[in-house]
Design a protein around this ligand. Structure first.
Ligand SMILES: [Mn+2]
Length: 237
């Protein structure tokens, strides 16, 4: 399996105090994301490494200036923070094609996920969480939608369409308990037999099931993942 092939010494490390921020769905579902980033900027919260695990924006993609106007405060702040802090951006299904917006970060498209990091000597696979067990239709949709030329030329995201999409997203209920989540986790974990830990967002469940960590959604649970003494814990910061 390709994700496992890289040697341990080539892998990037997850640092003590690293913060995992997932599914903030900014700007529609509260401003916890903005507040958290401001606290990091003011060094009220100290960290050297931030993992943005996807869907931190309710809708954001590259090659389109208009979409950035909804979230410019947070985009500016992230660009600034990325000059002094190591930031890894795992694109989600609401935020993608971001390499040109966040040029100082390590940005991982859905195709580049999962990415395996080391936490002490443990192999940890990181991804947004919509990579496996999603079905053919979803995969095709993702491929098309994330294509630069689609975004540029299909006019799928003209101003009126973006306005309509933003309005619909702002009314969407995003915090649900996933019934049968254990079964979904079990099938996801079949893709990860050779890693020690899997960390994903996307599901908004805030649960640890064996070696699977379903991160809290900052919008739903108001928490993030933090590495404390080599372990990921969920915290309200
Ligand atoms: Mn998602």
């Amino acid at each position: 399996m390709s994700i496992i092939s890289s040697k341990n010494d080539e892998m990037m490390k997850i640092k003590e105090g690293a913060i995992f921020i997932a599914d903030s769905h900014y700007p529609h579902h509260g401003d916890a994301f903005l507040k958290l980033l401001l606290a990091i900027e003011k060094k009220e919260i100290k960290t050297d490494q931030v993992f943005l695990m996807g869907d931190n924006f309710d809708l954001l993609f590259g090659y389109n200036d208009y979409i950035q106007t909804f979230s410019h405060e947070v985009i500016d702040l992230l660009q600034k923070l990325s000059e002094t802090i190591e930031i890894h951006y795992f694109e989600g299904n609401h935020d993608f094609c971001l390499k040109n917006i966040f040029t100082n970060m390590n940005v991982y498209s859905r195709d580049a996920q999962p990415k395996v990091f080391l936490l002490d000597n443990k192999k940890v696979a990181l991804s947004h969480g919509d990579k496996y067990e999603t079905g053919f239709g979803y995969n095709l949709y993702c491929k098309l939608l994330r294509h630069k030329k689609t975004l540029q030329f299909l006019k799928l995201f003209d101003k009126a369409i973006i306005d309509d999409r933003m309005k619909k997203l702002s009314k969407k209920h995003i915090c649900h308990t996933f019934t049968g989540f254990e079964n979904r986790v079990e099938s996801i974990l079949k893709h990860y037999e050779d890693v020690d830990l899997v960390i994903e967002g996307h599901f908004h469940q805030s649960k640890m099931l064996g070696k699977y960590i379903s991160l809290p959604s900052l919008a739903c649970q108001g928490k993030v993942g933090v590495v404390v003494e080599g372990k990921v814990v969920f915290k309200r910061l």
